[in-house]
Design a protein around this ligand. Structure first.
Ligand code: PMP
Ligand code: GLN
Length: 380
């Protein structure tokens, strides 16, 4: 990876340079509600253009609380702080609960921003491995990582990059250990509605509401990743701690987008069910085409991502080597993301991440190119 850029920037840049199909960076090319775009345009032309309140527009805070209340969580508007994307919510939450000399437990593989944000806060990441193929961490492994310096456990469910979900045993262990050791659970749930299996999303907020900072993002809920509207949900006291950081980090988030997101969160449950079904169809389409081409895929439950196993698919290259080779093919380049970018030591792995949130034509051409790459690079 080039110094100074994320793996997502790097691979999207290469995809543009080589005119490759981009199944790397996680953004959809369909799936957003037109009514939300119209609400945003209307808000810009009708006066939502000056600083909104630091904690977010009341209409969006109410909409976030209402959305979660309809989904079974006991949330009120005074528990919601609007942030500039989940990324800011993560930064503000980490800085609110951990500082110099503290430790934060992270699960590996982890979303690329977590460890740098923990270090920026002056704290130290302490790693617990998620075990493939179902990407769970055992209670004993989490317990063993806790020291007197531990302040928080940062969980991501559904999980980027693996598409896994924290199961009941892992969630119960986290809630129990957090209570026993007085830890905060920072719970990154940006993928909570992008579910491609029958499972229901379970938030640690439903298990330990008194110590969970739940993070969400309109980018994923409404398929508008560039909007960067996110939020935290926590007890009023914890939310206040996050707000103290947020007020000097970004202070506010673009108000027309906040208005528009509020209308999106009020869409009927049927819209969300249809979106979930549509992403599931896309996942299945890419999975079927790749399986037919000899790829071995891992089971996934949520997010825009599928994981492919290079070694089991007959490719002995490391993930980064494969991705750099696959994207640079003159007429049939395809971008993917190496799992190593999410690993603490960055060492190459035999897994790549593929984004399936694409129209049929892109998925079909992407699969054709990946199947070509596999046929070319498979060692026997
Ligand atoms: N957390 C996870 C797990 C993500 O996958 C992403 C984006 N894909 C983010 C946070 C960042 O979300 P946002 O764009 O709202 O900052
Ligand atoms: N979260 C997106 C992904 O996982 C990318 C975000 C980014 O480009 N930093 O692909």
């Amino acid at each position: 990876m080039q110094a100074g850029t994320t793996i997502f920037e790097h691979m999207s840049g290469l995809a543009r340079q080589h005119d490759a199909i981009n199944l790397g960076q996680g953004f959809p090319d369909f799936g957003w509600p037109d009514a939300v775009l119209a609400a945003g345009a209307e808000a810009i032309t009708h006066g939502y253009n000056q600083y909104p309140p630091m904690r977010g527009l009341p209409e969006l805070r109410a909409a976030v609380a209402g959305f979660y209340a309809r989904n079974g969580l006991d949330v009120t508007q005074d528990q919601v702080i609007v942030t500039s994307g989940a990324t800011e919510a993560l930064a503000a939450s980490i800085m609110a609960v951990a500082g110099s000399g503290d430790e934060v437990i992270l699960f590996a593989p982890a979303y690329d921003a977590y460890a740098p944000l923990v270090r920026r806060a002056g704290a130290t990441p302490v790693w617990v491995e998620l075990q493939p193929p179902d990407w769970q961490a055992r209670a004993e492994a989490i317990a063993a990582a806790i020291t007197p310096a531990t302040r928080a456990i940062l969980l991501n469910t559904p999980h980027n990059p693996t598409g896994g979900m924290a199961g009941p045993a892992m969630l119960a262990a986290i809630a129990e250990l957090a209570r026993a050791h007085d830890l905060i659970i920072i719970s990154d749930e940006v993928w909570e509605a992008v579910l491609t299996g029958p499972e229901r999303h379970v938030s640690p907020f439903s298990l330990a509401p008194e110590r969970t900072i739940k993070i969400g993002s309109a980018g994923k809920l409404l398929a508008l990743t560039g909007w960067k509207v996110g939020w935290v949900v926590a007890t009023p006291a914890l939310a206040e701690r996050v707000a103290q950081v947020h007020q000097f980090l970004t202070f506010t988030t673009a108000p027309p987008l906040q208005v528009a997101v509020a209308t999106g969160l009020a869409l009927p449950a049927g819209w969300y069910e249809a979106a979930r079904a549509r992403f599931t169809i896309a996942r299945n389409r890419l999975a079927a085409a790749l399986t037919a081409g000899g790829w071995q895929l891992l089971p996934t439950h949520g997010s825009y991502f599928l994981m492919a196993d290079l070694a089991a698919s007959g490719i002995s290259l490391g993930d980064r080597t494969f991705c750099e080779a696959a994207v640079a093919r003159a007429a049939d380049g395809v971008a993917a993301i190496p799992l190593s970018a999410f690993q603490p030591d960055g060492a190459e792995t035999p897994f790549i991440r593929l984004c399936f949130a694409k129209s049929d034509a892109v998925l079909d051409e992407g699969a054709r190119r990946l199947n070509l790459a596999r046929a070319r690079l498979a060692s026997g």
